[in-house]
Design a protein around this ligand. Sequence first.
Ligand code: URP
Ligand code: ZN
Ligand code: ZN
Length: 471
Amino acid sequence: MKKVIQNGTIVTASDTFQADILIENGVITTIGHNLETHGAEIVDAKGCYVFPGGIDPHTHLEMPFGGTVTKDDFETGTIAAAFGGTTTVIDFCLTNKGEPLKNAIKTWHDKSKDKSVIDYSFHLMIGEINDEVLAQLPSVIEEEGITSFKVFMAYKNVFQADDETLFRTLIAAKELGGLVMVHAENGDVIDYLTKKALEEGKTEPIYHALTRPPEVEGEATGRAAQLTSLAQSQLYVVHVSCADAVQRIADERNKGADVWGETCPQYLVLDQSYLEKPNFEGAKYVWSPPLREKWNQDVLWNALKNGQLQTLGSDQCSFDFNGQKSLGKGDFTKIPNGGPTIEDRVSILFSEGVKKGRISLNQFVDITSTRIAKLFGLFPKKGTISVGADADIVIFDPNVERVISAETHHMAVDYSAFEGMKVTGEPVSVLSRGEFVIRDKQFVGKVGSGKYIKRAKYGKVLEDKGETLKI
Ligand code: URP
Ligand code: ZN
Ligand code: ZN
């Protein structure tokens, strides 16, 4: 079935213009005026922006973590993502030391297969490096289309890898065309500080933040960035939360290094004081890195505006307050880290960023979609509105006002981290490869219709014709 989207204002990372879009077989085939509509379904986007679908580069769906499993899976999580204007997610596939990488990837395929309502892809965790692991990486890239590798510098005795692993992963990525991602916090120092806090009887949620100060994030970020320069490789720092880390990324970028930074909605609008909420409510706001003192928010916004940070990921990692976060009552180290954010990522950036004049409309598209597509080998099939691109499209009402609440959100968890927050702007309809997933704010998609996407190597375009991409 053909569709023509009419009367909307198309916004890409570079342009804003009035035009109609013809969609055939899930792909954008014409952009222009007075398009032939014979046999096509007309979609009226009057008064709305027409954005490329958001791409969330950082999700943890149905992931075992902190003695439990994240509440949103590939079904509930991607439905919520679609309601929020996201049409592709890249989820983190965890690995176990000594286990073939393909087994871990199969586990992730099994849990996502026939569940996702939008397209999806995987990053792969690297927990150890040895000849066996190195020998498997070419097939991970070539056969699975997984071209980004995640190294944890924190979570000692769980996920944490040492500097040799990070450095060798950077070298391998350089040689093979991968992008290395880091969770940048100094896990050894955190381990010492948390044990000391518990010994001193400090068990409340706020001590999660106080035992992971900005210096441990700044130090690890700087270390990873400098090792990247030494390896002449490429690095993406996930969930940047504070000024110290922004500064380390900027320092290395200023020397010409290929170091990229992502922040998340929670760091832009919430702060450390939330962890002090009474009745253990602070546990809802336990993330790693932790929420920071409020003044860091201005630094993050400015970094998005001036390009020192380039992307917004949700770091969706949802746990119920009752029954999951509550595992940490009396011991903050047992509170599962993470929160529900997948649905609110795009709206918060639009409302707090564009509407409040902190970033431009085109920057908003770049930060939530285009740059992510370029960095992670999805461009130009995803991340833009152009002829030949997948018709992953968000029709967005920029003026509607609403209040974020667990009562109305679509994530499976029993609270919202942004409860009561007023936002302006909301996706009205969302299309994935030309099919409605959300239509007039109702879910009309099909569970299992999302496709696994094999991604291009770092710096290459999807459906590679040998072209090099300027990111
Ligand atoms: O607290 C967080 N960020 N939870 C998700 C796992 C991670 O470190 O990204
Ligand atoms: Zn992390
Ligand atoms: Zn994460």
